[in-house]
Design a protein around this ligand. Sequence first.
Ligand SMILES: Nc1nc2c(c(=O)[nH]1)N[C@H]1C(S)=C(S)[C@@H](COP(=O)(O)O)O[C@H]1N2
Ligand SMILES: [Mo]
Length: 156
Amino acid sequence: MGITLLSPQAIALEAPEGPVMLVVSGKVGQPNVGDEAHFDRAMLEVLVQHETTTRTPWYDGMTRFSGPLGRAILEAAGAEGENMRVVALNEYAATIPVSDVEQYDVILAMQANGKVLRVRDQGPLFVIYPFDKHPELLNEEIFSRSVWQVARIVVE
Ligand SMILES: Nc1nc2c(c(=O)[nH]1)N[C@H]1C(S)=C(S)[C@@H](COP(=O)(O)O)O[C@H]1N2
Ligand SMILES: [Mo]
């Protein structure tokens, strides 16, 4: 099933000014550095944000995560694809179907309980699914898509 996320009105993506936190490559229709879309922290902060308060296998008790919606990142990059290959700093990678971010409010969390996620606490970006709202997500397949220390997304 082909999915089009690029709207004709999409605003051109400006080049990053600060350190690059996320590189989106592959099927990117809205590149800002070569054929890739690079995002610094400020650029990620102006995308549509979402808060997810949930239990996870990685933190004790309920944790409030916040960050841009996965679909907002894809839209900003003008991404058109079926899958996202999400790659961590340590090269761990998982494939997330684009349908997941359309169906669920999946975020790339930049903060947990109001504190910026540093690399040492699984930042700078942590894929967080809304587990508490959708208990069907509590399974090993979705856990394996819950990539922390995200550095890159390849849209395929
Ligand atoms: N960056 C990174 N994210 C990752 C992983 C990893 O090794 N590195 N492991 C994944 C897998 S396979 C699972 S099941 C969950 C839970 O991993 P844990 O049981 O080691 O906490 O995190 C996922 N996210
Ligand atoms: Mo896993």
